[in-house]
Design a protein around this ligand. Structure first.
Ligand code: TXA
Ligand code: MG
Length: 345
């Protein structure tokens, strides 16, 4: 095992067997590894190591009351950490590995760091499908706590370069494994299965409609109690204002337009999916928002996006981006030149 003091200071490596082996060593030694999943890049640490988990909260500047998702290689490993009920089992069988996170009861006496779950008696667990994430979980041999690899309050990274831009000189991150662009492009769907009926805590990469075909109606989270603190509407004001549900003709001067579907204006506009494919739109969303992070762009207007399938996740993220300032967490204000610092999910 690598000794903690031998951990690499900070480097970016292309995904390979060697990279994954090194990633596993770093994780087991208590270091931090950013790695690709099919949804977004994760900022990973050994979920059983309090100190490693504390480093995630510190470098992400994340409030410690906001729990992390624990990634495991398969259902068997998940069953060491949480208790599965019927609903959980059905959903795990159907959607794992994949972009679905299940909130379940923490197993008594399990090995997880309490800090990872912010002291809750539930745990958000996911089995990622991305081959690099899978290989890293195999290699590490420990569950990996990993929030999205962005600073708190910023848009999630879908490419290694986005991670690098957020943690330029490492800041405690030891290794970034570059596995290319994340194919799903929005975070996982989070379902709380601890109650009588499944509850949607966050729309994401698996469509709620697909989940309902397996377990019946899913309740929408009304967000009044803070079971998932990250679900709070953003309190950040984007440094570039974002308006949603805007018809192309209602764009105002100086605003860039994000469109969707065929027959859309092309001047000062980017199209999430010309063919009107919501999956493609989700995969493009964060990268396109970043592309508009430019001096000279005074605002972003987004056309209405159908609120079905992955469109729900897209609308959820856009609503957060457009949410007005004035929330209740203790995070600092967004830094300059990050108009998309308003999407914390
Ligand atoms: O796709 C994803 O889910 C990515 C990749 C890296 O797996 N991860 C991700 O993690 O988006 P993060 O930390 O950015 O978002 C996790 C969300 C937060 O809103 C957190 O509040 C919620 O999951 N969460 C974690 N544990 C929870 C729990 N026990 N109960 C309710 N919500 C929980
Ligand atoms: Mg996040």
């Amino acid at each position: 095992m690598t000794d903690l003091k031998e951990l690499p200071n900070f480097k970016v490596v292309d995904a390979s067997e060697d990279a994954v082996r090194e990633g596993g060593d770093v994780l087991r030694a208590g270091g931090l590894v950013a790695f690709p999943t099919e949804t977004v890049y994760g900022l990973g640490a050994d979920a059983t190591n309090d100190q490693a988990v504390a480093t995630i909260f510190a470098i992400k500047e994340r409030p410690t009351f906001n729990p992390l998702i624990v990634h495991v290689k398969d259902e068997l490993q998940a069953a060491e950490l949480v208790d599965f009920n019927d609903t959980a089992q059905k959903l795990a069988h159907t959607f794992w590995p994949g972009a679905l996170t299940l909130v379940m009861k923490r197993k008594d006496g399990g090995p997880l760091s309490l800090a990872a779950t912010a002291g809750l008696d539930t745990v958000a667990v996911r089995v990622p499908a991305h081959p690099v994430a899978q290989a890293l979980l195999q290699e590490a041999g420990v569950p990996i706590a990993a929030p999205s690899a962005n600073k708190s309050g910023y848009v999630s990274p879908t490419q290694a370069i986005h991670v690098l831009m957020q943690f330029k000189d490492g800041q405690g991150l030891n290794l970034i494994i570059d596995g290319g662009a994340c194919p799903v492009g929005v975070e996982s769907t989070i379902i709380d299965v601890t109650g009588d009926a499944p509850v949607l805590l966050r729309p994401g990469g698996v469509a709620v409609e697909d989940i309902e075909t397996v377990v019946g109606p899913v309740q929408l989270n009304h967000g009044d109690d803070i079971t998932a603190p990250g679900q709070l509407k953003s309190h950040y004001a984007p440094s570039i204002p974002i308006r949603i549900n805007v018809q192309p003709e209602d764009r105002v001067k100086g605003e860039s337009l994000i469109t969707f579907g065929p027959d859309m204006p092309r001047r000062a506009a980017i199209n999430l999916s010309k063919s009107g494919d919501l999956k493609e739109a989700a995969a493009n969303l964060f990268t396109m928002l970043r592309a508009l992070d430019m001096p000279g762009i005074r605002g972003i207007a987004v056309v209405p996006i159908p609120n079905e399938g992955l469109g729900r996740a897209i609308n959820d993220r856009l609503e957060r981006a457009a949410a007005p300032k004035g929330g209740e967490t203790t995070d600092g204000p967004p830094k300059a030149h990050d108009p998309i610092g308003s999407i914390e999910i």
